[in-house]
Design a protein. Structure first.
Length: 550
């Protein structure tokens, strides 16, 4: 598998626009601050900011903060951090739909004056009844023919807080017989007596996304409004809003909407509603839990922005929905970490070895390469002595000839050190193996006469007297691979987090900082946890295995 750029139909559109004289390519990323961004948003971020970079254009970060009931400044801050961590910078200061609340209101008033919007008293259930179906046209609201004067007075009363939530809405007057349900007199304003995180209690009516979004694009001069495919049926409403307000509002440009297929990863939750439920019910350790597919969770797990950007480039941009194998993302991650992660020796399930012919009390320091792909980084030093730890699974008392690790009478090489042979197995009263007695060949270390002597099997290890205890979190998918049609909570993976305590690592790891990434030799890639790890209590999160096990 190789990482190459694939098709991007939006770029092809921009190329044609530039060929036809377009001068200013202007995009935007418009998240709603009602949760943390997930891996699906990463594709949109990379697309919108990437298009701007590729075409010497600009990209805004605009928060769609038109629903105060669900929004919070915590989400605003997290989104800004995620975009910057992915390597992008927005044009000027971040923007908010709430910056334009007065303009939205003026535009709504103008639609009323033009006879293109009306205040409706139907409740939610009645609205559904009047709306019709995909095969049957809707019916006009009994309030559709209110006079302009009455609609203006009622809309102002809505703004002044004279009606309860849900009592009235403002609807665009389009066509209840339209084959596109989104054009059947859609709601463009609703009452919501909720405190807004930026405007406080100034407003108690708020515009709907389909009304606010095209106006926001037009105010900012956006040239290419790129959104996911579920908004394709909303594009006629996007155009209707702009077509009916361009002359009145004198917007600096007429933006156009283009839809692309959203990112759907196998066995991955990409619904903010579902992710929020996991957080609210304490199933996970917050939005940045390393098992979460949020950008902050992936960052805490040890994903790199380069890997995510390469992945988004690899899958391309199309107009057809499809699911992407998670292994593609893991491939991009391994490619990056293999080149850049420092190597380390960590024993997850320690088994003690005493090297009986090694001098008691002696400790020697051996060179270990930092990263074989970057020899210029040099090496670091690890201690070696009479007592070491190896992985318990690297020894079998009885094993066939295909077991190329340690067994009685067999030799293996210790990485960066010597060849040893197992001479004796020590067991406790219950028959459990508690120690191995081994001997070593002192001529087989690097630089010595038998350094190149060949044996089958190389093990990682940690010197016992200087070993540092560590806690390692082995991570898996939150959802089981086999899922039915029921509540997703029924298919949560009970082994998505396995905590390994009493792991052993080398003393240099005391200097590891939050977010540092390592390849644990023969085990996988791991990251120092940013929340719980301290120099006195190291905690590592599993990032990805060394290879795809599927």
């Amino acid at each position: 598998m190789s990482v190459t750029s694939t098709s991007n139909f939006v770029q092809a559109i921009i190329d044609e626009d530039i060929a036809n004289g377009a001068k200013d390519i202007y995009t935007r990323f418009p998240p709603e601050p009602n949760g943390y961004l997930h891996v699906g948003h990463a594709k949109s971020i990379c697309l919108n900011f990437g298009l701007a970079q590729r075409n010497n254009g600009r990209c805004n970060l605009r928060f769609d903060d038109t629903n105060p009931v669900k929004e919070d400044t915590e989400y605003v801050d997290s989104i800004k951090q995620d975009v910057e961590w992915l390597g992008f910078k927005w044009e000027g200061e971040e923007r908010y739909a709430s910056d334009y609340f007065h303009t939205f209101y003026e535009c709504a008033v103008q639609l009323i004056k033009d006879g293109k919007a009306f205040v409706c008293d139907l409740n939610a259930e009645e609205m559904r009844e009047y709306r019709g179906t995909l095969t049957e046209p809707g019916k006009n609201s009994p309030y559709r023919d209110r006079s302009v004067e009455e609609n203006l007075a009622l809309f102002e009363a809505m703004k002044n807080g004279e009606f309860a939530d849900g009592a009235k809405v403002l609807r665009a007057k389009i066509d209840m017989a339209s084959p596109n349900i989104n054009m059947r007199d859609p709601i463009i304003y609703r009452i919501a007596k909720a405190h807004h995180h930026r405007t406080g209690d100034e407003w108690c009516i708020y515009p709907m996304y389909d009304f606010a979004h095209p106006i926001s694009d037009a105010i900012e001069g956006i040239s290419h409004s790129v959104c996911t495919l579920e908004f394709e049926d909303h594009r006629p409403l996007y155009d209707w809003v702009l077509d009916n307000l361009m002359e009145f509002a004198k917007f600096p440009s007429r933006p156009h909407q283009y839809e692309f297929a959203r990112l759907e990863l196998n066995n991955t939750i990409t619904s903010k509603r579902k992710l929020k439920k996991l957080v609210d019910e304490g199933i996970v350790d917050g939005w940045d839990d390393p098992r979460m597919p949020t950008i902050s969770g992936m960052r805490r797990r040890g994903y790199t922005p380069e890997a995510i950007r390469n992945f988004c480039d690899m899958i391309g941009v199309s107009k057809s929905n499809s699911r992407v194998e998670f292994a593609m993302l893991e491939y991009c991650l391994r490619e990056d970490l293999n080149q850049n992660a420092r190597r380390a020796m960590v024993v997850l399930d320690p088994l003690k070895i005493t090297i009986t012919n090694y001098p008691e009390g002696q400790v020697e320091w051996l060179d270990a390469e930092i990263n074989p792909n970057q020899p210029e980084l040099g090496s670091y030093q690890i201690p070696f002595s009479r007592e070491i730890y190896i992985e318990r699974e690297d020894f079998k008392e009885e094993a066939n000839n295909k077991f190329f690790r340690l067994k009685p009478g067999k030799e293996v090489r210790l990485k960066h050190a010597y060849i040893i042979q197992c001479d004796e197995v020590v067991k406790d009263a219950d028959g459990n193996i508690i120690e191995l007695k081994c001997s070593y060949d002192p001529t087989t270390r690097s630089g010595m006469e038998n350094a190149n002597r060949k044996v089958k099997g190389t093990l990682h290890w940690v010197e016992a007297s200087t070993a540092v205890d560590a806690e390692v979190h082995m991570l898996d998918f939150l959802l089981l691979p086999e899922q039915g049609e029921g509540d997703f909570m029924e298919y949560l993976n009970p082994e998505s987090l396995v905590v390994l305590k009493g792991c052993k690592t080398t003393p240099d790891m005391k200097e590891a900082k939050a977010g540092d990434k390592f390849q644990f030799l023969r085990t996988g890639y791991f990251c120092v946890d940013s929340r719980y790890s301290t120099p006195e209590h190291l905690v590592f999160n599993q990032t990805v295995s060394l290879k795809d096990s599927k």
